[in-house]
Design a protein around this ligand. Sequence first.
Ligand code: DP6
Length: 336
Amino acid sequence: MSQTNADAVCAWVDQVLGHHKHNSPAAQASAYAPSNIALSKYWGKRETTFNLPITGSLSISLAEHGTRTGLSVVDAPQHEVILNGAQVDASSSFAVKVCQWLDQVLPADLKLRIDTHNTLPTAAVLAASARGFAALTLATNSLMGWQLPEHQLSALARLGSGSASRSLWHGFVKWQAGEQSNGSDSVAFPLASQWPQLRIGLLTVSSQKKAVSSREGMARTITTSALYNQWPQQAESDLATIETAIIAGDFETMAKTAEHNAMSMHATMASAWPPLVYWLPESLIQMQKVWQLREQGLPIYLTMDAGPNLKLLFEAKHQADVEAAFPEVQVISPFE
Ligand code: DP6
């Protein structure tokens, strides 16, 4: 990141935290944040230091599938990062990102032990940075007694990872792109709609870490894919369609638009250079199975993030059929 942009982030953080930046920390604090899956995707940044998106996006949170992060003050020269019980190497990209975020928001001499646990151990690798930075933001707010309003917590979580701005809440969450250069209006908020019958099926094809990060993938797509030119317009239109369908409880429109949105995002990636294809052969096999079942009359749709795994969208009344067709599926009820 350039020095000027880094300075702009520091200036914004100092403005938001004010004198609370130097509050005395509590001995410890802990917070939980759910994973989220975008129904209308965030793919492309208009600014990379604040993680400001080109378009808005809309997600569904995955209830008990998330991350719990505990924080405690340590008398040590550096932060200590622990993931699922094991110390993380300080040079790993995860530890570097976490420490960089903490150093932006804490007084320079305050060092923490960050103990992060993913709930529901599963093979599915799901937006780990989203829930991780959301839980870290909530826990730090509590440890430091900042008592910040939710929109500012969302903006702080976004500094760690864009999609983290949406992981502070359960249910449907919309992240508005905003217009300000410091991102003060690029924040997420929960939608009032509940959908108790909605189900998300996690189909894990591979739990390998992705070779190309979302950050790098977005940058490559924007700079080299001609198809990306049409993406912002489609993304905004899909977001509006999905939000209206959620309010109307119209499953077909919501799920169909979410699948089309995901396929279109992957098309922009595939037309980047070098090509960016996150799918594995097994992903395609499962996708075709979904399409075949749909042709046979089962209302089931899919979405995929920057990885090979599928997330199925369906309603509770079809859960038994979906489980019969995909015995390995892990079903989440986001509103129960
Ligand atoms: C495909 O939020 O992981 O999952 O802001 O660079 O950390 P950074 O990217 P990240 O990107 C998520 C991309 C996506 C779509 C989405 O979640 O909206």
